[in-house]
Design a protein around this ligand. Structure first.
Ligand code: APR
Length: 233
């Protein structure tokens, strides 16, 4: 049975009210990513980093999954073959829409990590630099998100899934951050049909066989309906 791998980016959560990074009023137009999304920035000013992620954690908790998240949950539930969502997003909207096969390659806002002993635990709503690690007691707790210069989570599983994929889709991602920006090339080399769903062409649009343009809440449900109709056909 056909195997599907779907990569999602900030654009799938945009209509849930969560900001993207590089659009007109994106997060990286308002914050210096070197200060809030690198290990060096965290070492310099952990309080600023915690404030940044505490605000994003609160926004994500207040947001609701949108029709695009819900359509992917419908697809996962009905798809007879292997199915994996690889998300660059750190929100939990895929899970709250009902998806189960979700791999957060950039970590999750709801996770906490000890910068000293690598212990992981569920993040409280608000984190502070002085919070002691529950395992080693050090005041070195950080959000369990992958920062620039750090290695993404789950890459072996992702590359293995891309080698086996018959269908690869990228939804709401600008194609500007690697290794995710190369996933369409990886899947295409292995013979997958590659579809990009976005409001505008990404930086790697040429790597795709098919481009669907529009807001995710409109084009993702329509794409899922076509897939499921074809799967029955
Ligand atoms: N529907 C579909 N696509 C949308 C929508 C929407 N409503 N709104 C925006 N987009 C698209 C934009 O056209 C853009 O291509 O979503 C993409 C958002 O791009 P980015 O802001 O760069 O977000 P993303 O691709 O997820 O960034 C990748 O960069 O900063 C790091 O770790 C961060 O995971 C993030 C990574």
């Amino acid at each position: 049975m056909k195997s599907i791998v779907i990569l999602t980016g900030a654009g799938i959560s945009a209509e849930s009210g969560l900001g993207t990074f590089r659009d007109r009023d994106g997060l990286w137009t308002r914050y210096d990513l070197a200060e809030v999304a690198t290990p060096e920035g965290f070492a310099r000013n952990p309080a600023l980093v915690h404030d940044f992620y505490n605000a994003r954690r609160a926004n994500a908790a207040a947001a609701a999954p949108n029709a695009a998240h819900q359509a992917l949950a419908r697809l996962e539930a009905a798809w007879p073959g292997p199915f994996l969502i690889v998300t660059q997003n750190v929100d939990d909207l895929h899970e709250r829409a009902g998806c189960r096969a979700v791999l957060h390659m950039h970590g999750q806002l709801n996770g906490a990590l000890c910068a000293r002993c690598d212990a992981r635990w569920p993040a409280p709503a608000v984190m502070h630099p002085a919070d002691p690690c529950p395992a080693c007691g050090a005041a070195s707790t950080r959000p369990d998100v992958v920062w620039f210069g750090e290695y993404p989570y789950g890459m072996e599983r992702i590359w293995s899934a891309l080698r086996e994929a018959d269908l690869f889709a990228a939804i709401g991602t600008s194609g500007t951050v690697y290794p995710a920006a190369a996933f369409a090339q990886d899947a295409g080399r292995a013979g997958a049909h590659c579809v990009e769903l976005n409001t505008e062409p990404s930086a790697v649009a040429d790597d795709f066989d098919e481009i669907l343009t529009g807001p995710a809440t409109r084009i993702v449900p329509a794409w899922v309906d076509r897939l499921l109709a074809g799967a029955k056909g």
